[in-house]
Design a protein around this ligand. Structure first.
Ligand code: SAM
Ligand code: SF4
Length: 486
């Protein structure tokens, strides 16, 4: 059995971050990340936040199983929320699954995969919740079995496009969540909040910048409550999120800093001020609203209302006028009336979210809202979602249109999908995280090594280029470079 692996990731950026870490940890142990058809080990990182997640994972495993022909030892590992819920049940249903791990088990997954590679009869379950943040590698001493290498980008099955490249790094600052919003399964599948020690976060950030990262995204289910865990041992005590942000922003060489997700109830005025004070803190914030109706917000247990949310938006825009706001919205929460829904549409217009993730409410097992009535008919929820998304499309279009003629600094990620035989287009992101496509075919790759590589392919990824925005598309921008990348 070759130590070759392929990771499939469902769900949020936390999962993308976990997959990215796992890939780097395996590569550091001598494993190779390969295409699906060449892999002996699959890792399926799962999410159970919405809709029939088990079915999705079962069908993915069924699909991966088709690679078993001629590979009798083919092995799968299932991680994340669905693994936490179904646990050892996977071993019976899919005998080629030999490892299940929850979010606190990620740290032990690389060693567990090593064991599976050496012992074809082994089966391992890493499902316990821990009371402190499970540090994944010895980043504090910098030993780390050698610094983790930069992995090739993982593939996100939900998004259908490559994730962040090596110039963009995700760094976990906490795990779990204590909020128990009425609809949400996360506190049950990912356990209670555990902040990571600030020293460990800072050490990993420094290391990633030394390895070439120019942008870091700090990750947690609710980063604003970083360091507020009840146990001092949980780490982070004594340092809140605002201070952590400042210290990470001060790392020499870090050009862009982002964070997600930010719960409005806990946002600290010092974090709001940081948007006006830290030049490398990107002017974008994902601030989930969920609903624009105070009655629904109360039943959701979100602990803020419309007025408080609008105050935060006002303060943020005073600190950084060009700030781009994005959000999450749920329609069809139990008891949501047409008036409640209209209040959500009204808030969307008032705030002017540049984009949003919007979902029909779905009952998750064991959460408080599963017992709430009346349920909103599926057809009503779906119709509301369509109306909401159509409003979002027009707000998005308008705000992208307003950028035409302006200049932006774009961090290049990869060649754009559609190349044909025409000019070469690159995709990148501006400071606010908007996708910008721009033509870069007349740029000479830097250095002989790059010239030997596939055109300017890999050489330009991770560079910055100034661009003039010439056209707003529905969900992205078309730019024209101004000067050379650096
Ligand atoms: N921690 C983040 C916060 O509080 O904003 C959100 C994390 S959650 C994994 C991502 C999003 O999934 C939520 O913001 C919510 O909009 C959506 N979501 C969670 N549970 C849901 C449910 N039962 N039905 C529909 N959408 C749900
Ligand atoms: Fe879920 Fe609420 Fe925690 Fe976000 S803050 S993960 S929505 S319980």
């Amino acid at each position: 059995m070759d130590k070759t692996f392929h990771i499939v990731t469902f769900g949020c950026q936390m999962n993308v971050g976990d997959s990215d870490w796992l890939a780097r940890a395996l590569i550091a142990r001598g494993w190779r990340q390969v295409d699906e058809q060449d892999a002996w080990f699959f890792v399926v990182n799962t999410c159970s936040v919405r809709d029939k997640p088990e079915q999705k994972v079962y069908s993915e495993l069924g699909r991966l199983l088709t690679h078993q022909r001629g590979k009798p030892g083919l092995t799968a590992a299932v991680g994340g929320c669905v693994a936490q819920q179904i646990g050892r049940g996977f071993f019976e249903r899919f005998p080629f699954v030999r490892l299940v791990f929850g979010s606190d088990g990620v740290a032990g997954a690389p060693d567990a995969l090593e064991t599976l590679a050496e012992d074809p009869s082994a089966r391992i379950a890493l499902l316990d919740f821990l009371s402190v943040y499970p540090e994944r590698e010895d980043v504090l001493s910098g030993v780390l079995k050698g610094a983790l290498p930069v992995a090739v980008p993982a593939f996100d099955a939900d998004q259908g496009e490559p994730d962040a490249g090596p110039a963009q790094a995700f760094v976990n600052i906490m795990q779990g969540c204590d909020n128990f919003c009425a609809y949400c399964i996360v506190p049950y599948t990912r356990g209670r909040q555990k902040s990571r020690l600030p020293e460990a976060v800072l050490a990993e950030c420094r290391q990633r910048v030394e390895q070439g990262a120019r942008e870091i995204t700090l990750l947690g289910q609710n980063v604003n409550s970083y360091g507020l865990d009840p146990s001092r041992q949980g780490g982070g005590a004594g340092m809140g999120f605002a201070e952590l942000l400042r210290q990470v922003a001060a790392i020499p060489g870090l050009l862009r800093l982002r964070f997600t997700t930010s719960h409005p109830k806990d946002i600290d005025p010092a974090v709001i001020r940081a948007f006006g004070e830290l030049p490398n803190l990107c002017p974008s914030l994902h601030l989930p609203l969920q609903s624009g109706s105070d009655a629904v917000l109360r039943r959701m247990g979100r602990k803020y209302d419309r007025a408080r949310y609008l105050d935060i938006v006002h303060a943020l825009r005073a600190a950084r006028p060009e700030l781009s706001l994005t959000t999450d919205l749920i329609v069809g929460f139990p008891g949501e009336t047409e008036d409640d829904f209209a209040a959500t549409l009204e808030m969307m217009e008032r705030v002017g979210f540049e984009s949003s993730f919007s979902f029909c409410y779905s009952d998750r097992p064991g959460v408080a809202s599963a017992r709430m009535t009346p349920k909103v008919e599926e057809s009503v929820s779906k119709a509301r979602l369509l109306r909401l998304q159509s409003l979002q499309n027009s707000i998005t279009k308008e705000s992208l249109k307003s950028l035409e003629g302006h200049e932006a600094i774009v961090l290049l990620e990869a060649k754009s999908r559609k190349q044909d035989d025409g000019p070469c287009f690159w995709r990148g992101r501006d400071e606010a995280g908007r996708v910008v496509n721009l033509r870069l075919d007349d740029i000479a790759p830097a250095g002989p090594e790059a010239q030997a590589s596939e055109g300017a392919g890999l050489a330009l990824a991770g560079l910055l280029v100034r661009a003039r925005i010439v056209e707003a598309k529905n969900h992205s921008l078309l730019g024209e470079k101004v000067g050379q990348p650096w």
